[in-house]
Design a protein around this ligand. Structure first.
Ligand SMILES: Nc1ncnc2c1ncn2[C@@H]1O[C@H](COP(=O)(O)OP(=O)(O)O)[C@@H](O)[C@H]1O
Ligand SMILES: [Mg+2]
Length: 822
């Protein structure tokens, strides 16, 4: 209901219901209004002025919405002004100005807050809760609001009162506060309040962030300033400033004198200028100094005179290496082409072969033949582009990549640069080193090679790059496409003997200080080394063993005061000097064994014997495979078992034999992981032999993939495998018929020394590999199959089984008699 009430215009202030505020009143009209109120019921209407600065506002300059307050206390101050304490009660709207002369008297309509119980209105309750939570956040961020207020706000359950109490305490702009005051609907007032608080919180958060940042920066600046001052004081004490000046002078001279690209010398001058401004002991100065040193240490325009006399090159390669006719010839052709085109062009030579066959040593000879410096960098294990190209200088401990480090080591910009083990590079998430290598090797791009550390163009176009790899398969394809492959395979024992006699012994004699002493190594001694102290495709271990023998002789020579002028070494002497033999050369078993078959494997280190051994025990058809096997070889073993099951009748096996036995297939040789499909025939032969108790010829070795129908399929690496069989003194090699065409790659003397059998199916393999059955072996079906190749029907299985059991019992007791019972 509208009522008559005196009005007090407020400057810069809005009073909400429930708020208690002290007011200082000085304007005469306002004091009159207060007096009027005091004389009546102490009620007064509090409305904000639209413009705070106006001293004598007109009704139009006053907001029509305000709060009716009660005067709690009134104090007259000596200067004539008045201090009052008022408490807001209800919001009200001015309807009409009744008097504006002595003071403002108005007709005002109170706006009562509606009585809503939030419990009946869940939406409103939720809104209140959000507002309360937001206010709590706000209080946490704004230090000026007393935290107790947040607590008391939590307990307000009247929505209108909640909105007004918060509105009174949050630091909103006056217009926002006025708007809140004028919003009659409680719900929209709460919503507005919520939005305003969110804004305010965001602002507070940003402010806080800025504050901490500024604080940190100030602390850091102060610390740096302080430390710098201290450092300078220390330097002054130590007189290092002078030293630094000398060093800078020296660097300047070196930069001036060094011949390098224009880009490089300009960069160095700039870096030097930076260095001068730095404190000499600082980390930055070290980085800059390191950079300048690195750039200065590169050869830039230093190069060696290229001599390219093809005939002389040929004779140098010949002098340094025995055999290797094809590789030598290819290298000479390559050099001849380079000479013709004057500039290094075309594919990069890549020497591929097992360790110790002379790859590195051929590359060195190329350097010698062309008069270039030689540098070798191993790429084994490189998996990161940065190892090739360097790390950016911002990275702590940054260095140039392997290429420029190599160039620096070579000391000339046109060395023979050997990229060793290029097949051992790998790639992962850090990037692909082969992409960087492609750029290094591409004559179109490598005249402006950019290393990340150097960050300058470096000309690699005069470098003669050569690569080596153990195997072709793992060279990244794009790289392989840029290469011309020269294959070096393993040596035969005769080759090794000649290499040892003509190269390794003389070289090691000299290296061990035995020049002028007669060293007579017999063929027997060298063969002893080759067969029993080494096992390799190349001659690296052989060289090491030769050196070991000579080292021992050198010691003896010194001990005996160098009186003895000649030494004779035979195989006995070798054993005496080096201790017991390390390898059994004739690794083939001494007698034909059941279940034991010689397979042949192709490894990155050359070929090798790969024996397979199967044991049968009574059981339920379980197959166990052991000996570091890959997935392919496991699959191949499973196929072998399936095949044997399918052919059980032919071999005189009971159709359900499979349910009575367990298989254990073991690959005993060495610790190298074995994989590949080419052990198929070996596994089948071993299984059949073990199942039937039929011994396998010990002088036979075999290789071949099989399919489920028993066909023998071609394999890779025939040459390496045949060489391995030859080294192991195998007599007969069984291989797939489709590999017959590869035989021409094998040295003639090796082919002549071996008997070759070319199989198209497994039956042939078995007939060649299984030895004659013992006379008392009752398996007539198998006997017929082995002698005629034709298959007969089933046999008397129970007597065969009985016979096999009996044999096994005997063997077991014989073994126990040998070793004693366990
Ligand atoms: N055909 C060869 N004639 C003479 N020495 C050889 C021959 N092959 C290898 N060597 C010697 O054997 C050692 C090992 O050769 P190396 O070049 O290091 O092999 P790779 O780099 O292929 O592993 C070297 O001392 C090398 O001179
Ligand atoms: Mg090498």
């Amino acid at each position: 209901m509208a009522r008559k009430i005196p009005l007090l215009p407020l400057r810069e202030l809005i009073v909400f219901p429930h708020e208690v505020v002290p007011l200082f009143v000085g304007r005469e009209k306002s004091i009159n209004a207060l007096e009027e109120a005091m004389a009546d019921d102490r009620h007064i209407l509090l409305c904000a002025q639209k413009k705070a600065k106006v001293n004598d506002p007109k009704p139009e300059g006053i907001h029509p919405y305000g709060t009716i307050g009660t005067i709690i206390q009134l104090l007259r101050l000596p200067d004539g002004t008045v201090k009052v304490l008022v408490e807001g009660k209800t919001r009200a709207r001015i309807e009409e100005y009744l008097d504006t002369q002595r003071f403002f008297q108005v007709e005002a309509e109170p706006i009562e807050a509606p009585k809503i119980n939030p419990e009946d209105d869940p939406e409103l309750a939720a809104l209140m809760r959000s507002v309360q939570a937001t206010f709590e956040n706000y209080v946490k961020l704004n230090k000026r609001v007393p935290p107790e207020l947040a607590v008391s706000v939590q307990s307000i359950d009247n929505p209108s009162r909640l909105a007004d109490t918060i509105a009174a305490h949050v630091n909103f702009k006056l217009t926002a506060k006025q708007e809140l005051l004028e919003t009659e609907s409680v719900r929209s007032r709460l919503e507005k309040l919520y939005e305003l608080m969110q804004n305010e919180i965001e602002i507070l958060q940003v402010e806080k962030k800025i504050r901490t940042r500024v604080k940190k920066q100030m602390e850091k600046n102060q610390k740096e300033y302080y430390l710098n001052e201290q450092m300078q004081a220390i330097q002054k004490e130590l007189g290092s400033q002078d030293e630094f000046k000398n060093e800078l002078q020296e660097l300047e001279d070196r930069i001036r004198r060094r011949k390098m690209s224009k880009e490089a010398s300009e960069r160095l001058k700039k870096e030097l200028k930076k260095l001068k401004m730095m404190s000499p002991m600082s980390a930055e100065a070290t980085v800059v100094r390191n950079y300048i040193d690195t750039v200065l240490a590169l050869p830039w325009s230093d190069r060696t005179e290229d001599k390219l006399d093809v005939e002389e090159a040929e004779s140098i390669l010949e002098q340094d290496h025995y055999g290797l006719e094809k590789p030598k010839q290819r290298i000479i052709e390559y050099l001849a082409v380079q000479k013709l085109v004057k500039k290094i062009r075309g594919p990069i030579l890549c020497l591929v072969g097992p360790p110790g066959v002379g790859k590195t040593s051929l590359a060195k000879s190329v350097a010698r033949a062309t008069g270039r410096k030689f540098v070798r960098v191993s790429l084994g294990g490189v998996r990161d582009e940065a190892e090739i190209r360097g790390h950016r200088r911002t990275y702590i401990g940054a260095m140039p990549g392997k290429i420029l480090q190599g160039i620096r080591k070579a000391g000339s910009s046109n060395p023979v640069f050997l990229l060793d083990e290029i097949d051992k590079m790998s790639m992962d998430f850090r990037g692909d080193p082969s992409a960087a290598m492609l750029e290094v090797l591409d004559p179109e791009q490598n005249q402006a090679f950019v290393d990340h550390f150097l960050d300058l163009d470096y000309d690699l176009s005069e470098v003669l790059f050569l690569c080596t790899a153990n195997s072709l398969h793992t060279i990244p394809l794009p790289l392989r496409d840029r290469m011309e492959i020269i294959e070096l395979s393993g040596y035969t024992d005769e080759d090794k003997l000649k290499i040892a006699r003509q190269y390794l012994v003389p070289k090691q004699t000299e290296l061990n200080g035995l020049e002028g002493v007669d060293i007579l190594m017999s063929d027997g001694a060298l063969k002893e080394l080759i067969h029993h102290y080494t096992k390799e495709a190349g001659v690296r271990s052989l060289e090491r063993e030769v050196s070991a023998v000579l080292r021992k002789l050198a010691r003896e020579h010194v001990k005996e005061n160098r009186k003895k002028r000649s030494f004779k070494i035979d195989s006995k002497m070798v054993q005496k000097l080096l201790g017991p033999r390390k390898y059994r050369f004739n690794r083939v078993e001494d007698s034909d064994m059941v279940g034991m078959v010689n397979g042949l494997a192709y490894t990155p280190l050359g070929g090798d014997l790969l024996p397979v051994e199967t044991t049968i025990t009574s059981g339920k058809g379980k197959v166990t495979l052991t000996g570091q096997l890959g997935d392919v070889i496991k699959e191949s073993a499973t196929a072998a078992v399936t095949y044997v099951r399918a052919r059980s009748l032919t071999f005189g096996l009971e159709p359900d034999f499979y349910e009575q036995v367990d298989f254990h297939v073991h690959f005993p040789e060495g610790a190298v992981p074995k994989d590949g499909p080419s052990a198929g025939v070996t596994i089948v032969t071993s299984l059949v032999s073990a199942l039937l108790n039929a011994p396998v010829r010990r002088d036979v070795a075999m290789t071949g993939e099989i399919n489920l129908r028993g066909r023998v399929l071609p394999i890779g690496g025939l040459k390496e495998k045949v060489l391995a069989a030859y080294r192991a003194e195998i007599k007969t090699v069984i291989c797939p018929v489709e590999n017959e065409k590869d035989l021409h790659e094998v040295p003639k003397n090796v082919v002549r020394a071996l008997e070759f059998k070319f199989a198209s199916n497994i039956d042939e393999v078995l007939r060649w590999a299984l030895a004659d059955l013992p006379a008392d072996h009752p398996n007539q079906a198998l006997r017929t199959f082995l002698s005629t190749g034709s298959t007969v029907g089933p046999d008397d299985w129970s007597s065969i089984r009985e016979w096999i059991r009996e044999r096994e019992r005997k063997e077991r007791s014989a073994r126990e008699a040998d070793h004693g019972p366990h």
